[in-house]
Design a protein around this ligand. Structure first.
Ligand code: 13P
Ligand code: SF4
Length: 364
């Protein structure tokens, strides 16, 4: 007889320490059949169990290479979808809490992007003139859209190389869903702000005139990250007034003004590396998610590095935070019993088209 899946209810009452010991035991029982991937924004009680930690690019590469039967993704929904798209037949991808989404990814959906494409077609031939580029923080059907229309996926680590690739093919780029990553990257490449327009997906034709669309090289979807939009230029000014020696480092999902005032801008992996390579005794103001900043502060305290969070108010990624030790344990103990819960499966046709856009990225 096949045992039924364990219920999450019994797990939500456990404290973190109880979970910790049982997670280790379940991992030991599953051995090489399991790999746990963890994004840098995961809380410490979960992050410590990751076999591989990384940013979105590194984790998608790892997902493509893994030979484990079960890939448990401690991250958010779009990351688990990418893992499923790149996984081999017979592998199973699991997201410990299905409510771990990404509010930015939700700002673009297939209906709105297809409408934008049709509206662009009233001004030009988008399949001739526009490369669609989706940030990896997007649903699988948008990656599939890019796959169908000669487009590509990017992450915050490779956005520059991807935009170069895109402009080498077609004159314009439609970049979604993050306005800021697109603008910050293109500006750093020397594209003037006048050649960028913002597509307001709640307005007919993005709220743009035909002339604005014709002149633009970069059409930025009006989406943003609720965490990174909390960082403000005045936070940097105030901190520098007090500690002028501070080096400021931000994730490119932060606003243009914040990135302009930052000495360094890059992905989570870049932020980690830059601070690790800095001289002892340096002071850092960091504009990215709180769990990562706290981990960096703890990791480098013994070197006398002072690491501060940019915002005076607490802003963490509440959806990443949904992955807690209780849900992780629940998924693992189910696996030990031969039960799969919270499996992420991208429909085959969509996965094929999305894979094309992801492969273009991974090959660059
Ligand atoms: P990274 O690709 O830098 O890990 O960023 C992912 C993300 O969601 C940042 O908000
Ligand atoms: Fe999405 Fe922002 Fe959370 Fe990253 S930090 S997963 S972009 S909501």
């Amino acid at each position: 007889m096949v045992a039924s899946a364990l219920d999450i209810q019994g797990f939500s009452r456990l404290d973190d320490e109880q979970c910790d010991a049982r997670i280790r035991a379940a991992k030991a029982a599953l051995g090489e059949r399991l790999v746990i991937l963890g994004h840098h924004y995961q809380r410490e009680e979960v992050f410590r169990h990751a076999d591989i930690a990384g940013d979105s690019l590194k984790l998608s590469r790892q997902a493509a290479r893994s030979r484990a039967d079960y890939i448990v993704f401690c991250g958010v929904h779009f990351m688990a979808e990418v893992a499923d798209i790149l996984s081999r037949p017979g592998q199973t991808v699991i997201l410990p809490d299905l409510a771990a989404g990404c509010s930015m990814a939700d700002m673009a959906d297939r209906v709105k992007v297809e409408r934008a494409w049709r509206e662009l077609a009233s001004v030009l031939d988008p399949d001739e003139a526009v490369t669609p580029v989706t940030y990896i923080n997007s649903a699988a059907d948008l990656k599939a859209f890019c796959g169908r229309h000669g487009g590509i996926v990017c992450t915050s680590s490779n956005a520059r190389a991807i935009l170069e690739w895109a402009w080498a093919r077609r004159e314009k780029v439609l970049f979604f869903p993050d306005e800021h990553l697109g603008r910050n990257t293109a500006h750093a490449m020397g594209i003037p702000l006048e050649e960028m327009v913002v597509w307001d997906f709640n307005q007919p034709r993005g709220g743009l005139s035909r002339e604005q669309i014709r002149r633009a090289r970069l059409i930025l979807w009006k989406g943003f990250c609720s965490v990174h939009q909390m960082f403000k230029p005045e936070h940097i000014d105030r901190f520098l007034a007090r500690y002028p020696e501070t080096r400021v480092i931000s994730h490119p999902e932060a606003s243009f003004e914040v990135c302009r005032k930052s000495h360094y801008v890059g992905s989570t992996e870049y932020i980690i590396r830059t601070i690790a390579e800095a001289e002892p005794g340096t002071r850092w103001l960091v504009g990215t998610e709180l769990n990562l900043v706290q981990r960096l502060a703890d990791r480098h305290r013994h070197e006398g590095k002072h690491i501060h969070f940019m915002s005076p108010t607490i802003c963490m990624c509440s959806t990443m935070f949904r992955i807690d030790p209780q849900h992780l344990l629940w998924t693992l103990e189910n696996l030990v019993q031969g039960q799969v819960v919270n499996r992420i499966t991208v429909p085959a046709a969509e996965a094929r088209q999305a894979r094309a856009a992801l492969q273009r990225m991974l090959e660059l």
